[in-house]
Design a binder for this molecule. Structure first.
Ligand SMILES: Cc1cc2nc3c(=O)[nH]c(=O)nc-3n(C[C@H](O)[C@H](O)[C@H](O)COP(=O)(O)O)c2cc1C
Length: 285
Protein backbone atom coordinates (compact mmCIF):
# COMPACT_ATOMS: atom_id res chain seq x y z
CA UNK A 1 0.00 0.00 0.00
CA UNK A 2 1.25 3.50 -0.80
CA UNK A 3 1.50 5.96 2.07
CA UNK A 4 0.24 8.70 -0.27
CA UNK A 5 -3.23 7.22 0.34
CA UNK A 6 -3.16 8.85 3.81
CA UNK A 7 -3.74 12.17 2.05
CA UNK A 8 -6.95 10.90 0.43
CA UNK A 9 -8.49 9.61 3.66
CA UNK A 10 -10.82 12.09 5.26
CA UNK A 11 -13.73 11.25 7.53
CA UNK A 12 -16.99 11.10 5.59
CA UNK A 13 -20.26 11.78 7.38
CA UNK A 14 -22.60 12.04 4.36
CA UNK A 15 -22.69 8.90 2.27
CA UNK A 16 -24.10 8.21 -1.18
CA UNK A 17 -27.18 6.08 -1.78
CA UNK A 18 -25.17 4.13 -4.38
CA UNK A 19 -24.19 0.70 -3.08
CA UNK A 20 -20.69 -0.70 -3.39
CA UNK A 21 -20.39 -3.40 -6.03
CA UNK A 22 -19.98 -7.00 -4.98
CA UNK A 23 -16.38 -7.36 -6.26
CA UNK A 24 -15.11 -4.28 -4.43
CA UNK A 25 -16.85 -5.32 -1.25
CA UNK A 26 -15.50 -8.87 -1.47
CA UNK A 27 -11.98 -7.50 -2.03
CA UNK A 28 -12.27 -5.45 1.14
CA UNK A 29 -13.74 -8.25 3.26
CA UNK A 30 -11.11 -10.75 2.00
CA UNK A 31 -8.43 -8.18 2.85
CA UNK A 32 -9.85 -7.85 6.38
CA UNK A 33 -9.55 -11.59 6.90
CA UNK A 34 -5.82 -11.80 6.22
CA UNK A 35 -4.44 -8.97 8.30
CA UNK A 36 -1.38 -9.44 10.48
CA UNK A 37 -1.32 -8.43 14.13
CA UNK A 38 1.13 -5.85 15.44
CA UNK A 39 2.39 -8.08 18.24
CA UNK A 40 0.33 -11.17 18.99
CA UNK A 41 -3.03 -12.63 17.98
CA UNK A 42 -6.04 -11.68 20.09
CA UNK A 43 -9.52 -13.15 20.17
CA UNK A 44 -11.63 -11.05 17.86
CA UNK A 45 -14.64 -11.19 15.58
CA UNK A 46 -15.19 -8.69 12.80
CA UNK A 47 -18.84 -8.35 11.84
CA UNK A 48 -19.61 -6.70 8.50
CA UNK A 49 -23.15 -5.42 8.14
CA UNK A 50 -25.01 -3.93 5.18
CA UNK A 51 -28.22 -2.04 5.94
CA UNK A 52 -28.55 1.72 5.66
CA UNK A 53 -31.79 2.04 7.62
CA UNK A 54 -30.69 -0.40 10.31
CA UNK A 55 -27.36 1.42 10.77
CA UNK A 56 -29.05 4.78 10.93
CA UNK A 57 -31.67 3.53 13.41
CA UNK A 58 -29.05 1.79 15.58
CA UNK A 59 -26.74 4.82 15.69
CA UNK A 60 -29.60 7.19 16.46
CA UNK A 61 -30.23 5.30 19.71
CA UNK A 62 -26.95 6.41 21.26
CA UNK A 63 -25.31 9.05 19.05
CA UNK A 64 -27.79 11.68 20.08
CA UNK A 65 -25.62 14.60 19.07
CA UNK A 66 -24.45 13.04 15.84
CA UNK A 67 -27.40 13.47 13.53
CA UNK A 68 -24.63 14.44 11.16
CA UNK A 69 -24.02 10.91 9.84
CA UNK A 70 -26.27 10.28 6.85
CA UNK A 71 -26.93 7.11 4.85
CA UNK A 72 -23.93 4.98 5.74
CA UNK A 73 -24.62 1.67 3.96
CA UNK A 74 -21.96 -0.51 5.65
CA UNK A 75 -20.73 -1.01 9.20
CA UNK A 76 -17.67 -2.87 10.36
CA UNK A 77 -18.03 -3.88 14.01
CA UNK A 78 -14.66 -5.14 15.30
CA UNK A 79 -15.45 -7.08 18.47
CA UNK A 80 -12.63 -8.36 20.68
CA UNK A 81 -12.06 -10.05 23.99
CA UNK A 82 -10.93 -7.79 26.78
CA UNK A 83 -7.15 -7.80 27.06
CA UNK A 84 -4.78 -4.95 27.73
CA UNK A 85 -3.21 -4.83 24.27
CA UNK A 86 -6.37 -5.76 22.34
CA UNK A 87 -7.48 -2.21 21.41
CA UNK A 88 -4.02 -1.57 19.91
CA UNK A 89 -4.35 -4.65 17.70
CA UNK A 90 -7.91 -3.69 16.70
CA UNK A 91 -6.92 -0.10 15.83
CA UNK A 92 -3.97 -1.45 13.86
CA UNK A 93 -6.03 -3.94 11.86
CA UNK A 94 -9.15 -1.85 11.31
CA UNK A 95 -7.11 1.14 10.14
CA UNK A 96 -5.52 -1.10 7.51
CA UNK A 97 -9.09 -1.77 6.34
CA UNK A 98 -9.94 1.95 6.39
CA UNK A 99 -6.92 2.70 4.20
CA UNK A 100 -7.68 -0.18 1.84
CA UNK A 101 -11.24 1.16 1.56
CA UNK A 102 -9.79 4.60 0.76
CA UNK A 103 -7.71 2.98 -1.99
CA UNK A 104 -10.96 1.56 -3.37
CA UNK A 105 -12.38 5.13 -3.28
CA UNK A 106 -14.78 4.48 -0.42
CA UNK A 107 -15.39 6.99 2.34
CA UNK A 108 -14.99 5.89 5.95
CA UNK A 109 -15.75 7.13 9.45
CA UNK A 110 -14.56 5.75 12.76
CA UNK A 111 -17.34 6.22 15.35
CA UNK A 112 -16.75 5.70 19.03
CA UNK A 113 -19.54 3.67 20.57
CA UNK A 114 -18.83 4.46 24.22
CA UNK A 115 -22.27 3.92 25.81
CA UNK A 116 -23.61 2.33 22.64
CA UNK A 117 -21.83 -1.03 22.73
CA UNK A 118 -24.72 -2.88 24.36
CA UNK A 119 -27.22 -1.26 22.01
CA UNK A 120 -25.23 -2.41 19.00
CA UNK A 121 -24.92 -5.92 20.43
CA UNK A 122 -28.67 -6.06 21.05
CA UNK A 123 -29.45 -4.71 17.58
CA UNK A 124 -27.16 -7.26 15.91
CA UNK A 125 -28.64 -10.13 17.90
CA UNK A 126 -32.18 -8.94 17.12
CA UNK A 127 -31.31 -8.68 13.43
CA UNK A 128 -30.08 -12.27 13.33
CA UNK A 129 -33.36 -13.44 14.81
CA UNK A 130 -35.34 -11.69 12.08
CA UNK A 131 -38.11 -10.66 14.40
CA UNK A 132 -40.84 -8.44 13.06
CA UNK A 133 -39.18 -5.43 14.64
CA UNK A 134 -35.75 -5.90 13.14
CA UNK A 135 -34.89 -3.79 10.14
CA UNK A 136 -33.33 -5.37 7.04
CA UNK A 137 -29.64 -6.14 7.39
CA UNK A 138 -27.29 -8.42 5.55
CA UNK A 139 -24.29 -10.01 7.25
CA UNK A 140 -21.44 -9.96 4.76
CA UNK A 141 -18.86 -12.23 6.33
CA UNK A 142 -19.04 -15.71 7.69
CA UNK A 143 -19.51 -15.95 11.41
CA UNK A 144 -19.02 -19.44 12.68
CA UNK A 145 -21.00 -20.25 15.75
CA UNK A 146 -23.75 -18.45 17.54
CA UNK A 147 -23.41 -14.64 17.27
CA UNK A 148 -25.06 -14.09 20.63
CA UNK A 149 -22.51 -16.26 22.41
CA UNK A 150 -19.61 -14.82 20.42
CA UNK A 151 -20.27 -11.16 21.10
CA UNK A 152 -21.84 -11.38 24.56
CA UNK A 153 -18.61 -10.81 26.47
CA UNK A 154 -16.68 -8.94 23.82
CA UNK A 155 -15.70 -5.27 23.71
CA UNK A 156 -16.64 -2.77 21.00
CA UNK A 157 -15.29 0.73 21.74
CA UNK A 158 -15.70 1.89 18.15
CA UNK A 159 -17.09 0.93 14.76
CA UNK A 160 -16.21 1.94 11.22
CA UNK A 161 -18.82 3.16 8.74
CA UNK A 162 -18.15 2.77 5.04
CA UNK A 163 -19.68 3.70 1.70
CA UNK A 164 -19.16 6.00 -1.22
CA UNK A 165 -19.12 9.65 -0.17
CA UNK A 166 -22.17 11.54 -1.34
CA UNK A 167 -21.38 13.52 -4.49
CA UNK A 168 -24.25 15.96 -3.90
CA UNK A 169 -22.91 19.48 -3.71
CA UNK A 170 -24.66 20.31 -0.44
CA UNK A 171 -23.48 17.06 1.19
CA UNK A 172 -19.90 17.77 0.14
CA UNK A 173 -20.13 21.25 1.63
CA UNK A 174 -21.60 19.84 4.87
CA UNK A 175 -18.94 17.10 5.02
CA UNK A 176 -16.19 19.69 4.81
CA UNK A 177 -17.94 22.06 7.20
CA UNK A 178 -18.32 19.35 9.89
CA UNK A 179 -14.67 18.44 9.45
CA UNK A 180 -13.63 22.08 9.85
CA UNK A 181 -15.97 22.60 12.79
CA UNK A 182 -14.49 19.63 14.66
CA UNK A 183 -10.98 20.81 13.68
CA UNK A 184 -10.57 17.48 11.87
CA UNK A 185 -8.58 19.15 9.14
CA UNK A 186 -5.73 20.31 11.36
CA UNK A 187 -2.81 18.31 12.68
CA UNK A 188 -0.28 18.91 15.44
CA UNK A 189 3.23 19.78 14.35
CA UNK A 190 5.78 16.97 14.48
CA UNK A 191 7.73 19.00 17.09
CA UNK A 192 4.75 18.65 19.48
CA UNK A 193 4.70 14.87 19.08
CA UNK A 194 8.47 14.32 19.15
CA UNK A 195 10.31 14.22 22.47
CA UNK A 196 13.66 16.01 22.70
CA UNK A 197 15.70 12.76 22.90
CA UNK A 198 18.34 12.11 20.23
CA UNK A 199 16.85 14.42 17.62
CA UNK A 200 20.17 14.17 15.78
CA UNK A 201 18.90 10.72 14.70
CA UNK A 202 15.97 12.20 12.80
CA UNK A 203 16.74 11.93 9.08
CA UNK A 204 14.80 13.80 6.39
CA UNK A 205 13.34 10.50 5.25
CA UNK A 206 12.02 9.69 8.72
CA UNK A 207 10.71 13.23 9.13
CA UNK A 208 8.70 12.75 5.93
CA UNK A 209 7.38 9.40 7.16
CA UNK A 210 6.35 10.84 10.53
CA UNK A 211 4.60 13.79 8.91
CA UNK A 212 2.63 11.46 6.64
CA UNK A 213 1.73 9.15 9.54
CA UNK A 214 0.46 12.12 11.54
CA UNK A 215 -2.45 12.38 9.08
CA UNK A 216 -3.93 9.37 10.92
CA UNK A 217 -7.42 9.84 12.36
CA UNK A 218 -8.00 9.83 16.11
CA UNK A 219 -10.93 10.25 18.44
CA UNK A 220 -11.87 13.94 18.65
CA UNK A 221 -8.73 14.50 16.58
CA UNK A 222 -6.71 14.45 19.80
CA UNK A 223 -3.65 12.85 18.15
CA UNK A 224 -2.44 11.44 21.48
CA UNK A 225 0.82 10.15 20.04
CA UNK A 226 4.47 10.52 21.01
CA UNK A 227 7.67 9.66 19.11
CA UNK A 228 11.06 9.26 20.80
CA UNK A 229 14.24 8.88 18.76
CA UNK A 230 16.66 6.22 20.00
CA UNK A 231 20.17 5.08 19.08
CA UNK A 232 18.81 2.30 16.86
CA UNK A 233 15.59 3.84 15.57
CA UNK A 234 12.59 5.21 17.43
CA UNK A 235 9.88 4.37 19.98
CA UNK A 236 6.19 5.13 19.74
CA UNK A 237 3.88 5.87 22.64
CA UNK A 238 0.53 7.36 23.53
CA UNK A 239 -1.24 9.46 26.16
CA UNK A 240 -4.59 9.24 27.97
CA UNK A 241 -4.97 5.45 27.63
CA UNK A 242 -5.84 5.86 23.96
CA UNK A 243 -4.77 2.36 22.85
CA UNK A 244 -7.15 2.37 19.90
CA UNK A 245 -5.80 5.63 18.49
CA UNK A 246 -2.30 4.29 19.03
CA UNK A 247 -3.04 1.16 16.96
CA UNK A 248 -4.35 3.41 14.20
CA UNK A 249 -1.17 5.52 14.24
CA UNK A 250 0.97 2.38 14.27
CA UNK A 251 -0.74 1.14 11.10
CA UNK A 252 0.19 4.42 9.40
CA UNK A 253 3.81 4.20 10.60
CA UNK A 254 4.12 0.62 9.34
CA UNK A 255 2.64 1.36 5.92
CA UNK A 256 4.84 4.46 5.53
CA UNK A 257 8.01 2.56 6.52
CA UNK A 258 7.20 -0.27 4.09
CA UNK A 259 6.40 2.19 1.33
CA UNK A 260 9.70 4.00 2.00
CA UNK A 261 11.58 0.68 1.54
CA UNK A 262 13.04 0.99 5.00
CA UNK A 263 14.38 -2.17 6.64
CA UNK A 264 13.22 -2.42 10.24
CA UNK A 265 11.97 -4.61 13.02
CA UNK A 266 8.94 -3.66 15.10
CA UNK A 267 8.71 -4.86 18.70
CA UNK A 268 6.28 -4.47 21.55
CA UNK A 269 7.62 -2.60 24.56
CA UNK A 270 5.89 -1.71 27.78
CA UNK A 271 7.25 1.32 29.53
CA UNK A 272 5.20 3.93 31.31
CA UNK A 273 7.04 7.20 31.76
CA UNK A 274 5.33 10.37 33.00
CA UNK A 275 2.06 10.41 31.03
CA UNK A 276 3.30 8.38 28.08
CA UNK A 277 2.83 4.65 27.54
CA UNK A 278 5.73 3.69 25.28
CA UNK A 279 4.45 0.62 23.47
CA UNK A 280 6.30 0.02 20.19
CA UNK A 281 10.00 0.01 19.34
CA UNK A 282 11.20 0.34 15.77
CA UNK A 283 14.73 -0.89 15.20
CA UNK A 284 16.20 0.23 11.90
CA UNK A 285 18.71 -2.02 10.20
C1 LIG B 1 -11.43 5.95 17.50
C2 LIG B 1 -12.14 7.09 16.79
C3 LIG B 1 -13.43 7.46 17.16
C4 LIG B 1 -14.10 8.49 16.49
N1 LIG B 1 -15.40 8.80 16.85
C5 LIG B 1 -16.10 9.71 16.12
C6 LIG B 1 -17.48 9.94 16.39
O1 LIG B 1 -18.06 9.33 17.30
N2 LIG B 1 -18.15 10.84 15.61
C7 LIG B 1 -17.53 11.51 14.59
O2 LIG B 1 -18.18 12.31 13.91
N3 LIG B 1 -16.20 11.31 14.31
C8 LIG B 1 -15.48 10.42 15.03
N4 LIG B 1 -14.17 10.17 14.73
C9 LIG B 1 -13.53 10.86 13.62
C10 LIG B 1 -12.54 11.92 14.09
O3 LIG B 1 -13.24 13.03 14.60
C11 LIG B 1 -11.65 12.31 12.90
O4 LIG B 1 -10.92 11.19 12.48
C12 LIG B 1 -10.68 13.44 13.24
O5 LIG B 1 -11.39 14.61 13.56
C13 LIG B 1 -9.73 13.74 12.08
O6 LIG B 1 -10.45 14.06 10.92
P1 LIG B 1 -10.24 13.24 9.58
O7 LIG B 1 -10.54 11.80 9.89
O8 LIG B 1 -11.24 13.82 8.61
O9 LIG B 1 -8.82 13.43 9.13
C14 LIG B 1 -13.46 9.18 15.42
C15 LIG B 1 -12.15 8.81 15.06
C16 LIG B 1 -11.50 7.78 15.71
C17 LIG B 1 -10.13 7.38 15.27
Amino acid sequence: MKAAIFQNRKSVRRFSATGVNETTLRQLIDFSEKLPFFHAPIKQQFIWINGKEWISETLSKFLLSYGKIISAPYMLAPFFESELAAPIEIGYQAEHIVLKATELELGTLWVSTEDGTNLIKEAIIAATKETKDSLPVKFLNKITGNIETIIKDMQLPAIVLLGYPSDKRLDRIINNAVRMESAGNSRKKLETILTTNRQDKLSDKLRKIFNLALLAPSQKNQQPWRIRMTNQGFDLGFLHERQLDFGIFLAHIKIALDDGNIQYRMEKIDEKMNDVEWSARIILS
